[in-house]
Design a protein around this ligand. Structure first.
Ligand code: SF4
Ligand code: SF4
Length: 474
């Protein structure tokens, strides 16, 4: 059976969704050229980094590991306890504004070059498919062919490999939480780790569905960032664009015969992984992969015409107007990026090798007896280091007469361990003047760092206490 011809996209509808709502499957042709090669190198470098991070060890721990169960989070040698997670807000905000800034300048570079969906689909799953099913023409023909042993065998082999890669990805994600030895333990005895086991199975199914069938629909229909970019990009942003002034009117004849440089070969459409015709103008489906740039450059080179009929350019540049790099939105995004990065850098610099929390014990907030007003606390000391630390506790800035008990002056906390101690403070009634703030200070016995926290000593109003004493003399 002959392969169906390439259907030309219309700007009025989504290419991959037919009028009756059914899916039109795409068979993007292979592009060759400098951007395709650069994306291959960038994609595999990113994949190598993502696989290597849980394997690399810094300060005795994986370079990145989110040990949720142990409430320790390791980032490139820096260990955070759960109390430090607030600083991730600033790190994530800073990264978000970086993305805004880059998009306003360079368009959808994230989508086309670094998004895991694009990298995995283009560099892994489509390559497996290419290897087994052949090029775009062969794949289209195979899809249209009736079921036969050869077709079934190819399908089984392809989906077995897809499932293998899809199963590896949740294990990789899990390695960021439990390390690779932890993943090994889950795989050897999934019944002993039901949550992790269910995650691996469910995520494998979702990823297989996504990369085997759903594919570009995720970018076109689901991903919110694709929509957000419409608001981030303007006519000065660098996007992939077709030079209509040079290319039109398109046709097969020589430029001298009244035609532009576009010979209407539709190679740019054939290679597009989202099924659009960039000659119809910038569209939301364009992920900026530059496959159409390489495809058109190859055609132009063969025709001995200048390359760049489709190229990276702003909408203004394509229309013959000036491109402005510095404009209100890039300045604002850059300012926000600087603020986010500065606060994140400051937040990271405040992280100490230990942390502590002081909380009132459950029950009455204070106890008044014949002679004292008493407050009872728990002090939770957390060691974030791989070696034991010896911590010394002090209560400072307290009124005269405050007595403390419940913990030794110096406490040893095991590597990555924590110790919870009672702290009982008693203020004689005679010297009590109402609730007050005091400081709990924790010093490293080796003198390398100290931590301090203000805590409130609770009690009745001094006047009420005096009236109570007068009413019931002791
Ligand atoms: S690849 Fe270039 S020449 Fe061919 S149709 Fe697209 S824009 Fe025209
Ligand atoms: S139009 Fe070009 S850059 Fe945009 S998604 Fe299609 S091939 Fe990639």
């Amino acid at each position: 059976m002959p392969a169906p011809l390439l259907e030309l996209p219309s700007r009025e509808s989504v290419t991959t969704i037919r009028a009756d709502g059914s899916r039109r499957f795409l068979f993007p042709a292979d592009a060759r050229g400098r951007f395709t090669l650069a994306r291959l190198v960038v994609g595999w470098m990113l994949l190598a980094v993502v696989v290597a991070l849980p394997l690399l060890r810094l300060n005795g721990y994986p370079a990145v590991m989110l040990d949720v169960a142990g409430r320790r989070f390791h980032f490139f040698g820096l260990t955070l306890a759960d109390q430090d997670l607030w600083l991730l807000f600033f790190v994530i905000t800073g990264l978000g504004f970086s993305l805004f800034f880059v998009t306003s300048l360079l368009g959808r570079v994230w989508c086309g070059w670094t998004c895991p969906q694009t990298v995995l689909l283009d560099q892994v799953f489509r390559r497996i498919e290419r290897l087994i099913d052949g090029d775009a023409v062969a794949r289209r023909a195979l899809a249209a062919a009736p079921r036969a042993p050869g077709k079934v065998a190819r399908r089984v082999l392809k989906h077995a490999l897809f499932l293998l890669v899809a199963a590896f990805l949740p294990c990789l994600i899990l390695a960021y939480f439990v390390s690779w030895p932890g993943v090994g333990a889950v795989l050897q005895a999934p019944a002993d780790h039901p949550v992790a086991g269910v995650f691996v199975v469910a995520a494998t199914g979702v990823l297989w569905f996504n990369f085997a069938w759903f594919r570009e629909q995720l970018c076109i229909v689901i991903c919110p960032y694709g929509r957000i970019q419409s608001a981030l990009i303007d006519d000065h942003s660098l996007v992939i664009g077709y030079d209509a002034k040079r290319g039109e009117p398109r046709g097969h004849a020589h430029p001298g015969a009244g035609f532009g440089d576009c010979v209407d070969c539709v190679r740019c459409v054939a290679v597009c992984p989202t099924g659009i015709d960039i000659r119809q103008g910038l569209q939301m489906e364009c992920i900026g992969c530059a496959a159409c740039v390489d495809a058109c450059d190859e055609v132009m080179t063969k025709l001995h015409r200048p390359t760049g009929l489709i190229r990276h350019a702003s909408q203004n540049a394509l229309a013959g107007r000036r491109t402005r790099w510095v404009r209100p939105r890039t300045v604002v995004y850059f300012g926000l990026l600087l603020v986010g990065a500065s606060v994140a850098a400051w937040a990271v610099s405040t992280v100490k090798p230990a942390a502590f929390l002081v909380t009132h014990m459950i029950g009455a907030p204070y106890i008044v007896d014949d002679t004292t007003v008493r407050n009872q606390f728990f002090v939770r000391l957390v060691n974030k280091l791989n070696s034991p630390v010896r911590l010394v506790l002090h209560v400072n800035a307290a009124p005269a007469g405050l007595r403390q008990s419940g913990f030794a002056d110096a406490v040893e906390v095991a590597p990555l361990g924590e110790v919870v101690l009672p702290l009982i403070l008693q203020q004689p009634r005679a010297g009590y003047t109402g609730p007050f703030l005091f400081e709990v200070r924790v010093d490293d016995a080796a003198g390398t760092f100290h931590l301090a926290r203000q805590v409130e000593f609770l009690g009745p109003e001094a006047q009420l206490l005096r009236e109570d004493s007068a009413a019931s003399p002791r």
